[in-house]
Design a protein around this ligand. Structure first.
Ligand code: UGY
Ligand code: MN
Length: 248
C-alpha cells in the first residue's frame, strides 16, 4: 500500500527535487485544455521557470514573449508549432527556442503530448544580436564523450555563442557512469530526467532520482550524480551562461 504522507520531493534553500506524485495543476492564460505543472520558478528563489505541459484533447498553447525567452522540448507526443512566421511539425525529441519579443502558437497537439519549457528573462549583450528562432531535433545532435569519459555523453542543443544567455543540454550516463567531480559553480540549473535512474548529491545530501523527476540547483549548490539500473540515465538541463558575473 502507498503511504500518502511520504514523498521523495524536497524544497530547500538552494535546491529542490520535485517528483510527479506531488503535482498540483496550474492554470496559465493562453495555455488551454492541458495540465500545467510549474516545477521551478522565482517563488523558490530561482532565476528561471520550468514547466511541464500535458495536453488533453483540444489543447492550444499560445502566447507572446515580452521580456523572456522560452525553450520548448517535446518529451512525448506531437504537435504543430507556429513561431513568429515559421511553421513546423514537432514530435518526441524535437525542440524550439522562442526568442524574446516573439509569438508562439502550438496547435494540433495530440492528447497526452508533454512539452517541457525553460523560461528566462533575456539579458541582451551589446554588440551581439538577439538570437533568432531555432528549431532542432535532439536525435540528430552529436553526443561526444564528456571530459574524455566514454560512459558520459553531452549533447549541446543551442549554439555556443554570446547572443545566447541560456544553454540547454542533454546528458546521458551509462549505468555506473558518474560526474568526474563534485561541481561547485555560479551557474544555476533546472533539469528533468527523461530516462533511467541514479543518485544525485545536492549540497551534501543524497537523493535517489528517476525518470520524470525535476531538480533545481541554485548557484553554488554542490552537485554530483551517478547512474544506476539497467539502462542509461538521461536528463535535459538548463544553465545560464555567457553574461558578466556581477554589475559592470
Ligand atoms: O554543465 C554542467 O554544469 C553539468 N555538468 N552539471 C550537471 O550535470 N549537474
Ligand atoms: Mn553543473
Amino acid at each position: 500500500m502507498e503511504i500518502s504522507a511520504l514523498t521523495r520531493s524536497v524544497v530547500k534553500r538552494n535546491h529542490a527535487l520535485i517528483c510527479p506524485d506531488g503535482y498540483i495543476n496550474s492554470k496559465v492564460p493562453g495555455w488551454d485544455n492541458c495540465t500545467v505543472n510549474v516545477l521551478i520558478n522565482e517563488q523558490m528563489g530561482a532565476h528561471l521557470c520550468q514547466t511541464l505541459i500535458t495536453a488533453a484533447a483540444g489543447c492550444k498553447i499560445k502566447g507572446e514573449n515580452k521580456s523572456s525567452e522560452i525553450f520548448f522540448y517535446v518529451v512525448q507526443g506531437s504537435c504543430n508549432a507556429t513561431i513568429g512566421k515559421e511553421k513546423r511539425k514537432l514530435s518526441k525529441g524535437h525542440f524550439v527556442y522562442v526568442p524574446v519579443h516573439t509569438k508562439y502558437d502550438f496547435s494540433s497537439i495530440k492528447a497526452g503530448t508533454q512539452l517541457l519549457t525553460f523560461h528566462k528573462v533575456y539579458q541582451p549583450l551589446e554588440g551581439h544580436p538577439v538570437p533568432g528562432i531555432l528549431f532542432g531535433d535532439s536525435s540528430t545532435i552529436p553526443g561526444p564523450s564528456y571530459l574524455g569519459d566514454k560512459a558520459l555523453r553531452l549533447q549541446v542543443l543551442l549554439p555556443d555563442n554570446l547572443s545566447f544567455d541560456m544553454a540547454v543540454n542533454i546528458f546521458t550516463y551509462d549505468s555506473g557512469g558518474h560526474l568526474p567531480m563534485v561541481e561547485t559553480h555560479i551557474m544555476e540549473h533546472g533539469l528533468m530526467y527523461l530516462q533511467g535512474q541514479g543518485i544525485y548529491m545536492l549540497d551534501q545530501e543524497w537523493y535517489p532520482v528517476k525518470k520524470g523527476d525535476t531538480i533545481w540547483m541554485a548557484p553554488y549548490c554542490q552537485q554530483w550524480f551517478t547512474a544506476m539500473g539497467k539502462e542509461p540515465a538521461v536528463y535535459i538541463y538548463y544553465k545560464n551562461v555567457n553574461r558578466f558575473p556581477t554589475e559592470i
